[in-house]
Design a protein around this ligand. Structure first.
Ligand code: ATP
Ligand code: MG
Length: 743
């Protein structure tokens, strides 16, 4: 089917053809035949890069241009939301029947708002969590949504985030009964079941734009599933490295999946010297620049330095311990063909679009702290394979599993390459997860009787798979808990949320976290400090994942805890009577210690060394801490606790910026973070007023400030930089740069 034959407005066809889409891919054609553009609910399950997004786009445009509709696009990750937002923006020049242009909005942060400004957009891209929180705030504009797209719907199977998606879809289908649902998924085993839950038709395909060859790699020989075999030249001991090298030599890129962060780093280190040898001079220069960008983004740490060294050889590692800035540089450089070999933990397989000619699964096992090694699922394996083959660059994509023995090779062929992906199961029936959804159902008025609550949960995927009776007991138990903790109240058959319950639901936290905070606020410790509050939030179940102490750290953490024993706002478990509680508590103390070090301006590198906490983990902990401090502030307001309110606000700002109190005024300036703030402060510029009186030339001389930042600072505080002064400075800089490059 040609783009020109589609029953869609001409303006849309123009945009498509301009972006190179002249003929539909087979799965797209099938989706259209299945009624996607006629308003029918549909689950489209098809491999990576088979063009599922386009169907969502066409559907969306149909709704906006022909039905005066509004579209909500759900994604599981923030990074994916921005990717989709950018993709939808190509339609923003199209005019609607009311004469206005199509508008696209994105919303991923701040869970305590109904974002009324989203009303003006035709397409809203958001994460599942954000939409869940919007539903709790009863955002008015959501009534107007006529199409919801659920991307990566196989996420339903995920422990933490699957239930959110399930509840969001069930809720939207309840509140907007005429809504069209379009669910996009990887190939899974029970598409029919999901489709039937969503009252949808379904399309499943195995079609891929690039042929995929799957196989196993044993002793430098690949055995493909179709019977073909291929020998790889042996240059290193590790066959995975030999294969990667072979790919790079023939002009491709390789993606190696490792089981742990540590392994991904080790593999990258071993691969780098080999790849470095085969790079061209211009490529090496381009990589030098990427390395420089890594070093100038965020704080310099041993991790960023190592990463930069590897990147110079065209190799990088990618895992959750890296900060977002560095991850983005790596992803872009890989997509741009500069990084030739990327080693990654399996999380990468999920969502982010990073194709490579060769995908090497170095270990079919995965490591989970506290759980040990376990084999990955077939679904995960398929997601990894799906990364093989770059459209437009590669004719074939290859995906191999590395085997250590012939027996293992047989096992891998049988259990992964030739296996079918597992069924997707609802993960809703976990008390910790279910309780916030039960509270939300009452608090946002989606139900006000026990029967109403069961009616709602009867619409979930869980109820479809198992029957709602299976979670009735759990719901009843949760209702009792919420009642005892005064989040809900009853009058006759009616159940309604108290002010506390409403606020907790809006704040988007686990009700148990709210109870922890409420009880702590009531209990004034002998000595109230920053640490008291940091520990209080670390004590909530929403502080996840916990930064557990390594055995070598246990003594240090225990001593620290003893020293601060009069600062805790929650009961301290006994080491002898409650061993598990005690160990958990040490984890909370460590988490609070890390946050404390952060706001005392300890450098990221020192935090890595002292606590074995990598930047990525640190940033996640910071994000969580900010939200929980905000929550604590809001609950302190609700309970009229005047003493805590200003403390939580100040701490929230300090955690946000990672600074001592005295730097707070300075770091409010754009371009000034904890490092530059400290430099300014130590140079005697301790207030905004000091900066107002400072000379531009003096600021420029400070380390890490330079002319651009100095000018930006001056301009933000109402200072004025004379045109002549600035031109003179720019000239001088230009000369300096020239002198440097010529040298
Ligand atoms: N009909 C087409 N002709 C040419 N290119 C297309 C066509 N349809 C989609 N594409 C391109 O294919 C690429 C992959 O499409 P898309 O991102 O929709 O994949 P997907 O099926 O959502 O995969 P994933 O499972 O990775 O999310 C995009 O760059 C898109 O522009
Ligand atoms: Mg997609």
């Amino acid at each position: 089917m040609k783009t020109t034959d589609l029953l869609i407005p001409e303006s849309v066809k123009e945009v498509l053809i301009k972006s190179g889409i002249v003929e539909l891919y087979p799965p797209q054609e099938e989706a259209i035949k299945a009624g996607a553009l006629d308003g029918r609910n549909l689950v489209l399950a098809s491999p990576t890069a088979s063009g599922k997004t386009l169907i969502a786009e066409l559907c969306a445009l149909k709704h906006i241009l022909e039905k005066d509709g509004k579209v909500l696009y759900l994604t599981p990750l923030r990074a994916l939301a921005s990717e989709k937002y950018e993709e939808f923006k190509k339609y923003s020049a199209i005019t609607k029947s009311d004469g206005k242009r199509i508008s696209v909005g994105i919303s991923t942060g701040d869970y305590d708002s109904s974002d009324p400004w989203l009303e003006r957009y035709d397409i809203i891209v958001a994460t599942n969590e954000k939409v869940d929180s919007l539903l709790r705030h009863k955002a008015k504009w959501m009534d107007d949504i006529s199409l919801v797209v659920a991307d990566e719907v196989h996420l339903l199977n995920e422990m933490e985030r699957g239930p959110t998606l399930e509840v969001v879809l069930a809720r939207l289908m309840q509140t907007n009964p005429d809504i069209q649902v379009l669910a996009l998924s990887a190939t899974i085993n029970n598409v029919e079941e999901i489709a039937s839950w969503l009252k949808a038709g379904f399309v499943t395909t195995e079609w891929r734009p690039i042929t995929l060859k799957e196989g196993t790699l044993l002793n430098n020989e690949i055995q493909f599933k179709d019977g073909d075999a291929r020998k790889i030249e042996r240059e290193a001991k590790n066959p995975a490295i030999n294969l990667a090298l072979n790919t790079v030599k023939s002009g491709g890129q390789a993606l190696i999946f490792a089981s742990t962060r540590k392994n991904s780093v080790t593999l990258a280190k071993k691969t780098a010297p080999k790849i470095g040898e085969v790079l061209s001079k211009p490529m090496k220069r381009a990589l030098e620049r990427e390395a420089e960008r890594i070093l100038t983004t965020g704080e310099k740490t041993r991790i960023s330095e190592l990463l930069a060294e590897l990147v110079k050889c065209g190799v990088a590692f990618h895992h959750a311990g890296l900060g977002g800035g560095h991850r983005k540089i790596i992803e872009d450089a890989f997509r741009g063909g500069k990084i030739k070999v990327l080693t990654a933990t399996p999380t990468l397989a999920f969502g982010v679009n990073l194709p490579a000619r060769t995908v090497i699964i170095h270990d079919y096992r995965r490591y989970e702290p506290g759980y040990g090694y376990y084999p990955i699922s077939v679904l995960e394996y398929k997601q990894m394979c799906g990364r093989a083959g770059r459209p437009k660059y590669d004719k074939i994509g290859e995906a191999v599993l590395v085997a250590r023995t012939a027996d293992e090779a047989d096992y891998l062929m049988e259990s992964y390459v030739l296996a079918k992906p597992e069924r997707i199961w609802s993960r809703l029936a976990v008390e910790r997860i279910l309780r916030s959804h039960v509270l939300a159902t009452v608090a946002a008025d989606y139900a006000h009787t026990e029967a109403g609550i069961y009616d709602f949960f009867g619409r979930t995927f869980y109820a479809y798979q198992y029957d709602v009776a299976a979670i009735k007991n759990m719901i009843a138990k949760i209702l009792r808990f919420l009642y005892e903790e005064e989040m809900i109240d009853v009058s006759g058959a009616n159940i309604y949320a108290t002010k506390f319950g409403k606020r907790v639901s809006e704040l988007y936290i686990d009700p148990v976290s709210a109870v922890v905070i409420r009880n702590a606020l009531r209990q004034k410790p002998a000595h109230l400090t920053d640490f008291s509050l940091l520990h209080m939030i670390a004590h909530t179940p929403d502080m996840r994942p916990m930064l557990r102490p390594y055995s070598s750290e246990l003594d240090k953490v225990a001593v620290f805890m003893e020293e601060r024993i009069d600062e805790f706002m929650t009961p301290v478990p006994s080491e002898w009577e409650d061993r598990i509680g005690y160990e958990q508590f040490l984890g909370e103390v460590k988490t609070a210690m890390v946050l404390k070090a952060w706001i005392e301006e300890t450098s990221e590198d020192e935090i890595i060394e002292k606590f074995h906490v990598q930047p990525g983990d640190l940033y996640r902990t910071i994000e969580n801490a900010k939200w929980l401090l905000y929550t604590s502030h809001e609950l302190a307001v609700l309970f009229g606790n005047k003493e805590i309110q200003p403390l939580t606000l100040e701490l929230m700002e300090r955690v946000d910026k990672g600074v001592k109190k005295e730097l707070l005024p300075l770091v409010k300036l754009e371009g000034v973070g904890r490092i530059r703030g400290r430099i300014l402060y130590n140079a005697g510029y301790t207030t905004i007023d000091d900066l107002k009186h400072a000379q531009l030339e003096d600021l420029m001389k400070l380390p890490l400030i330079g002319p651009k930042i100095a000018k930006k600072i001056k301009e933000q505080i109402g200072g004025f930089v004379k045109k002549e002064t600035w031109e003179k400075i720019e000239k001088e800089e230009e000369w300096k740069q020239k002198a440097l490059t010529e040298y």
